[in-house]
Design a protein around this ligand. Structure first.
Ligand SMILES: NC(=O)c1ccc[n+]([C@@H]2O[C@H](COP(=O)([O-])OP(=O)(O)OC[C@H]3O[C@@H](n4cnc5c(N)ncnc54)[C@H](OP(=O)(O)O)[C@@H]3O)[C@@H](O)[C@H]2O)c1
Length: 293
């Protein structure tokens, strides 16, 4: 049984990793900036110990990082410079705490010359981890299936449209946060097999046209595909536009069949498994009207 510090435990990847580790009988120390949030309460109810820590506060990381291993996630909401600074701080704190293993979740193809800003930032953090002297594993997840139940994709689906900035016939590799968590827990639990490895992960590859059909079947209502112009994405975020342009021109190839053969324990979920398991009634429920003043 290991004691694993899990960053991003209130979020998608860290939350799934914490659940998989707890289910396998390991001890989880869940790090969050808000130990009094409902997400932190849920982690406590599952058996995790919750600790307050902020990537911007090295002393909080020093106080929270103890035990055998760390699951490290980085946040890019503050932009790539912030992501790099915080990622380096986290790696330095893990090295100072002399942890036996760090499993860092980055992004698929971060080790190639993508030119995508939030992939290049992850590459810098990966390099920093490799140079830190701490035994490491890097996971590079493909595009998240979970993206389709939130934000502008969910807004579109409410109106019967799957809007995505790629040509309808161009395949994209995909993974659910649940499978990322299962894979990370496997890597943490089998340190000797995974140390020093960088592995891109995906559980399915689908075109937007195929995704549209799968979403319609799972939602039980008609859905049509609408290709969002890249120029529109660029007007909102040049970083995301660079990513979708990379998806369309180079493509995000990951060896889905090879991963399924090598790591059957993960119990990989295809896009149709994932879509069928979502609570579409609440995802598609109309957004509540803003309060009147
Ligand atoms: N969406 C995709 O398709 C995709 C694909 C590959 C990689 N990624 C990468 O995945 C990463 C995000 O992972 P996610 O989706 O699992 O996260 P998420 O669900 O967005 O949650 C973010 C987590 O990070 C924690 N966090 C943020 N800032 C922090 C800080 N200053 N100190 C401590 N904790 C902090 C939050 O914890 P608290 O708020 O509780 O403190 C929360 O648990 C990004 O780097 C993104 O580039 C995304």
């Amino acid at each position: 049984m290991l004691t694993v510090a899990v960053t991003g435990a209130t979020g998608a990847q860290g939350g799934a990793t914490a659940r998989s580790l707890l289910a396998a009988g390991h001890r989880v120390r869940a790090l969050t900036r808000r130990p009094d949030s409902p997400a932190a309460d849920t982690l406590r109810a599952l058996g995790a110990e919750v600790r307050c820590a902020d990537f911007d506060d090295r002393s909080s990381l020093d106080a929270a990082l103890a035990g055998d291993s760390l699951f490290a996630v980085t946040a890019f909401e503050g932009g790539v410079d912030v992501e790099i600074r915080q990622g380096r701080t986290l790696v330095d704190a893990a090295a100072a705490a002399r942890l036996g293993h760090v499993v860092l979740t980055s992004v698929a193809h971060a080790d190639r010359d993508t030119g995508v800003p939030h992939y290049e930032s992850k590459r810098v953090i990966e390099d920093h981890l490799r140079a830190s002297g701490t035994p490491w594993t890097v996971i590079g997840p493909a595009a998240f299936m979970d993206n389709y139940t939130g934000g502008w994709t969910a807004d579109g689906l409410r109106g019967g449209t799957f809007a995505w900035p790629m040509p309808a016939g161009r395949p994209l590799t995909l993974i659910s946060s649940r499978d990322i968590g299962a894979f990370a827990a496997l890597a943490l639990g089998r340190r000797a097999d995974f140390t020093g490895r960088r592995i891109d992960i995906a559980s399915d590859e689908r075109t937007p046209a195929e995704m549209t059909g799968i979403l319609a079947a799972a939602m039980g209502r008609p859905v049509s595909y609408e290709e969002v112009p890249l120029a529109y994405v660029r007007s909102r975020s040049t970083d995301l536009a660079a990513m979708f342009s990379y998806f369309t021109t180079t493509g995000l190839d990951v060896d889905v069949a090879g991963l399924r053969r090598e790591f059957p324990e993960v119990g990989w979920h295809g896009f149709d498994d994932w879509a069928r398991s979502q609570d579409w009634a609440s995802i598609l429920a109309p957004e509540p009207a803003p309060p009147h003043h």
